[in-house]
Design a protein around this ligand. Structure first.
Ligand SMILES: CC(C)(COP(=O)(O)OP(=O)(O)OC[C@H]1O[C@@H](n2cnc3c(N)ncnc32)[C@H](O)[C@@H]1OP(=O)(O)O)[C@@H](O)C(=O)NCCC(=O)NCCS
Length: 195
């Protein structure tokens, strides 16, 4: 028993579990992230983690074979996030400090015209990284893959075209940024929990 409480997930709730990946090597951190994902999903469904039946959509997005829960995983550096919802599609993204947002090409590559006008031209790496994780979270919520042009996804506002809601997530590590995306429906509630 982990002692973690996987409860209170109503139909309009999204829970985001913040998992610290305490391991020196990348492969082990990835294993820990996947194992936490199984534990979280199994916890809500009352299943042993090893029996959680994961499969993948054509885009690569993992889903449950029976659709009993919506979920999404992201891992970067020392942090993984597992977002879960009963029925609302979810996408989550976390990014450790990265050099790309400091590069001159980055803003042009990822920004929509409106984002470039407001943020891109300032060349502020923190603001650009925030846009980056928000875009990845939208793409992951929609279940799309690497064929998507990120400059076509405008995430300046929390209300994102197509009926999505984007929210920044607090990560207590310097330079990390994260975001979660779900359906923009009335009374949706996003809660962050420590794993
Ligand atoms: C698929 C993609 C969204 C994964 O994002 P990432 O930042 O590389 O990695 P994350 O740790 O956030 O997410 C990985 C997890 O997402 C999940 N995932 C994989 N494909 C997915 C998809 N199509 N949709 C949603 N989730 C997906 C898996 O659980 C995966 O875990 P795994 O590594 O154990 O298999 C990303 O590779 C991608 O294709 N992005 C497209 C947009 C782009 O080009 N961005 C770059 C510049 S902004």
């Amino acid at each position: 028993m982990s002692g973690r409480e996987f409860d209170g997930l109503g139909p309009l709730d999204v829970h985001v579990w913040v998992v610290r990946l305490d391991a020196p090597d990348r492969q082990r951190r990835h294993e820990l992230a996947r194992s936490a994902q199984r534990e979280v999903i199994g916890g809500y469904l009352g299943l042993a983690p090893a029996t959680v039946a994961l499969t993948r959509q054509a885009s690569g997005k993992p889903v449950l074979a029976d659709g009993a829960l919506q979920f999404n995983l992201s891992h970067s550096g020392a942090v993984a996030l597992v977002a879960v919802s009963r029925e609302l599609p979810v996408g989550v993204d976390v990014q450790e400090p990265h050099a790309a947002p400091t590069r001159s090409w980055f803003a042009k590559r990822i920004c929509s015209p409106r984002e470039y006008e407001r943020v891109g031209a300032l060349a502020d790496p923190k603001a650009l990284m925030r846009l980056w994780v928000r875009k990845e979270a939208v793409i992951k919520a929609r279940g799309e893959g690497s064929y998507v042009s990120v400059d076509g996804v405008d995430v300046l506002d929390d209300q994102v075209e197509g009926g999505w809601l984007c929210q920044d997530l607090p990560i207590a590590l310097p330079g990390y940024q994260a975001a979660v995306v779900t359906r923009d429906v009335p009374r949706v509630t996003i809660t962050v929990r420590d794993f």
